[in-house]
Design a binder for this molecule. Structure first.
Ligand code: SF4
Length: 701
């Protein structure tokens, strides 16, 4: 018998959701390998996933015990869990009594497990009595949520990864899956290798590694996506390459879309987008010829002042061609975080309610508050991510509880976030690592268990719910986020938090989904452990999950039809470039780093790929701005400045510069901190920030 113990779990990084087998030797040392039986990755892992064991084993940065400061001028001191939680209860109760429930907020993460997400929502919306609970998923996929809701009636990804091998045309828009969703990309790559006639269109202002397999790279100017998708839609309609029967029988609002496209000129569109008319025609012909057409998109669409409109315009292409609810077809939003989807299922945002119920619906709110047995849930949406920090800065929000996220690096306009945290009356940070820059501002610091140190579930981009095993005990006095939350709730005197296990939280969440479109009442821990992962809905305990949605062509809208939404803006509403700030800054990820590097930044192997931040700039712009490869440049926007090394490149459009989003401020050094520069502009509906478009200037430092 092997001395090793094996545990099935899921990668804690991106939304691809690869299955992992963690092995523990008798001394407690763990190693990881891809799970060959997992339907997502079939044994493969990318560089980040295959180095996860180093993250767990290196305890040097871990927060080991609760710390607290008695007042703002004092250093934090080690305290017991009792002292820490008593302080949290005392401060939060005082704030609520004095300023009302809306004076406090919770800011959480798409890396939280579903059970943790469920608990913090229940606590905030159902018992404290405020909807001020938002998440870093607001920065990631909130535009896609609105797009899906408007077109399909609900936030529902219709596609499965198994559709990849059935498609013959892909449009990868505003995404670089080769680096950001590597195992998903490997599947597309392998499919293309086997089926060379498969067409791949990449839409991106940068020539990324994802373009290596592209038949067509539409290197558009930032912010012009809607114009491009509308031009393709017009071409499809004019050339009669649309699915008339699907449109007539299963959609609404086609005539309005058609009328709105009347004035679209391919010549004008090509000019505005910075591409050729022939390229637009080619994209339309690839899509028009396809038997299976999948769109894949990520932050290039979502992180925009017109993110919802970009989503609308792209979704229209799937509806026009009837490529939804059938094999190898559909619009597929790629989630950046491992459990962004699970968070949406439990209503983990300021404008959502648990189990995909509607916060604005009186009946739904009553149903959920009766189920929880707490307070009446307010109909008023809470503060979103950026609004919460604006409110801290202005003093409207008094206290914030930050869980598993590092807003000081990840939110736009970092200098403003810094001011907001300084101005807060009370900041709780619940996390695993001292590497999070936000820890510096914690008045109360709570040590949480990390990946492999707790059990729970997550849902990946294709609606697949997976169980994560606990492999090792957390270090020091760290405990799971669920335990921290229910211990706090009990001390606040709230009924309904008497859980003795995380499984009980999961069961409660499943019951609440019964009868909804995301019904997982047929899915329990035992099935997940024994049978593996499942795609929702799973309404019965004999149900095997739902690979593809809408195969019956019944959508979740009132009419049962999918809806064409006419994008309201066709022009960017981003910050304007000026003579003083003539370049467009766009930010994004690099292959081997994850978010704010609190985990990947401590793995030496992951630092060999790209060890430090850089500003990618076109050769012509480098010449015009008098910088050369390897120079240290000063990059400035209206909000701040940053020094960074120059990387001259032909892969980026003239007029555009790129800076990775991962680097923060270490020991006062903010070399390459991209969010010193980014703007506060958000999409008016989704409230997702415009990370891909800030006006900057570049000079030699
Ligand atoms: Fe993890 Fe994503 Fe890499 Fe898979 S592709 S191993 S989920 S980071």
């Amino acid at each position: 018998m092997s001395a090793f113990k094996s545990y099935k779990t899921t990668c804690s990084y991106c939304g691809v959701g690869c299955g992992i087998i963690a092995k523990k030797d008798p001394k407690g040392v763990i190693t990881v390998e891809g799970d060959p039986d997992h339907p997502v990755n079939k044994g493969m892992l990318c560089s980040k996933g295959m180095n996860l064991h180093h993250v767990v084993q290196d305890k040097s940065d871990r927060i080991l015990y609760p710390e607290m400061r008695w007042s703002k001028g004092h250093d934090r001191q080690r305290v017991s869990w009792d002292q820490a939680l008593d302080r949290a209860v005392s401060v939060f109760s005082t704030m609520i009594d004095k300023y009302g429930s809306d004076s406090i907020g919770f800011y959480v993460s798409g890396q939280c497990l579903t059970e943790e997400y469920y608990l913090v929502n229940k606590l905030t919306k159902g018992f404290i009595g405020t909807n001020n609970i938002d998440t870093n998923s607001r920065l990631c996929m909130s535009s896609a949520v609105v797009g899906y809701k408007q077109a399909l009636g609900e936030d529902s990804v219709p596609v499965a990864y198994e559709d990849i091998e059935l498609a013959d045309c892909f449009m990868i828009a505003g995404a670089n899956p080769a680096w950001c969703h590597p195992i998903l990309f490997r599947r597309i790559e392998a499919h293309k290798e086997k089926n060379p006639n498969t067409k791949i269109i990449v839409v991106d202002p940068r020539k990324t590694q994802s373009c290596d397999i592209a038949d067509l790279h539409l290197q558009i100017l930032p912010g012009t996506d809607v114009i491009l998708y509308n031009a393709i839609a017009k071409r499809l309609i004019d050339r009669k390459r649309i699915d008339k029967s699907f449109i007539a029988n299963h959609t609404d609002n086609f005539e309005a879309l058609k009328a709105s496209l009347q004035s679209v000129s391919l010549t004008e569109a090509a000019k505005t987008c910075g591409i050729t008319i022939a390229e637009i025609k080619k994209a339309a012909s690839y899509i028009g010829d396809a038997k299976g057409f999948i769109t894949l998109w990520a932050m290039g669409l979502n992180q925009s002042s017109i993110g919802v409109n970009k989503n609308n315009a792209l979704l229209n292409l799937s509806l026009l061609t009837g490529h939804i609810g059938k094999p190898g077809s559909g619009p597929f939003s790629l989630t950046g975080q491992p459990n962004a989807m699970g968070g949406r299922e439990v209503g983990g945002m300021a404008n959502l309610l648990a189990a995909h119920k509607d916060l604005s619906n009186d009946h739904h709110r009553r149903e959920v508050s009766n189920f929880w047995g707490g307070k009446e849930i307010s109909a008023k949406p809470g503060l979103t991510a950026t609004e919460m920090f604006d409110a801290l800065e202005s003093g409207k929000l008094k206290a914030i509880w930050i869980i598993c996220t590092n807003p000081l690096v990840s939110l736009p306009n970092a200098n403003k976030v810094e001011k907001a945290l300084k101005n807060a009356k009370f900041v709780v940070v619940q996390d695993i690592s001292h590497r999070s820059e936000t820890v510096e501002y914690a008045d109360l610091l709570l040590p949480a268990a990390g990946w492999a140190e707790k059990e729970g579930t997550m849902t990946n981009s294709e609606r697949r719910v997976t169980y994560l095993n606990k492999v090792v005990d957390p270090p020091g006095e760290a405990i799971s986020d669920s335990e921290i939350l229910w211990n706090f709730a009990r001390r606040m005197g709230y009924k309904g938090f008497d859980y003795s296990s995380v499984e009980e939280v999961y069961k409660e969440h499943c019951i609440l989904t019964k009868g909804t479109n995301i019904d997982i009442s047929g899915l329990n821990y035992n099935r997940l452990k024994v049978e593996g992962s499942f795609q929702w809905p799973v309404p019965e305990n004999t149900h095997s999950g739902t690979s593809r949605l809408f195969e019956n062509k019944r959508f979740y809208t009132d009419t049962g039809n999918a809806k064409f939404v006419v994008p309201r803006f066709t022009k960017p509403t981003s910050e304007m470039i000026t003579e003083k700030y003539p370049l467009i800054l766009t930010t994004g990820r690099v292959r081997d780093q994850w978010h704010t590097r609190t985990k990947t930044g401590k793995v030496n192997r992951l630092l060999t790929h790209i060890p430090s931040p850089y500003l990618e700039i076109n050769r012509v712009d480098a010449y015009l701005h008098k910088v050369k490869d390897g120079d240290i440049a000063l990059v400035e926007s209206k909000r701040g400045k940053v020094q960074v090394k120059i990387k001259v490149s032909d892969a980026i459009n003239k007029g555009v510069v790129f800076l990775p989003m991962h680097w923060g401020k270490v020991l006062g050094n903010d070399f390459g901190r991209a969010n010193n520069l980014t703007t506060n502009i958000v999409d008016p509906i989704s409230k997702e920030p415009d990370f891909k478009f800030s006006a900057v200037r570049v000079t030699k430092f």
